[in-house]
Design a protein around this ligand. Structure first.
Ligand code: ZN
Ligand code: ZN
Length: 133
């Protein structure tokens, strides 16, 4: 077996040239950085037998992943916060209606909370889809 081997410029791992769609990146970095189809690695003796990657993610990609995880965490919190605002606003609206009027505070909360909710949801979705890096 004499497959051509290349060095990834991102994670410094060797990889089979044929296994990657990119010239300078291993399949793993090509996937994480440029959304190329990923290799479903199968490790044997510390190397993927399909692409020869050594399993070590570069510091840059590692940090990027951590950053996204943190962003996702705060995005989830924003969604929760928006729901809390909506619930409180609904209670105010309900009490307002029960006492025969409209609670402007509740109305305000519904509008602001609703907008906030939509934005937080959209942001979270974009994070998951990898549109925000
Ligand atoms: Zn790489
Ligand atoms: Zn692989």
């Amino acid at each position: 077996m004499d497959k051509k081997i290349n060095n990834c410029i991102e994670c410094k791992s060797e990889y089979f040239t044929d296994a990657s769609k990119m010239n300078e990146f291993c399949p793993d970095c090509a996937h994480k950085l440029y959304d190329y189809p990923r290799c479903f690695h199968k490790f044997e003796n510390g190397r993927c037998i399909k692409c020869y990657w050594n399993g070590k993610t570069s510091e840059y990609i590692h940090e990027k992943k951590e950053r996204i995880t943190k962003k996702l965490k705060s995005a989830k919190m924003n969604v929760t916060l928006a729901i809390v605002i909506l619930v409180i606003a609904s209670i105010f609206m309900l009490f307002g209606l029960l006492s025969g009027g409209i609670s402007y505070f509740g109305l305000f909360g519904l509008i602001v909370g609703g907008r906030y909710f939509i934005q937080a949801k959209k942001y979270k979705k974009e994070l998951i889809e990898g549109k925000i890096r």
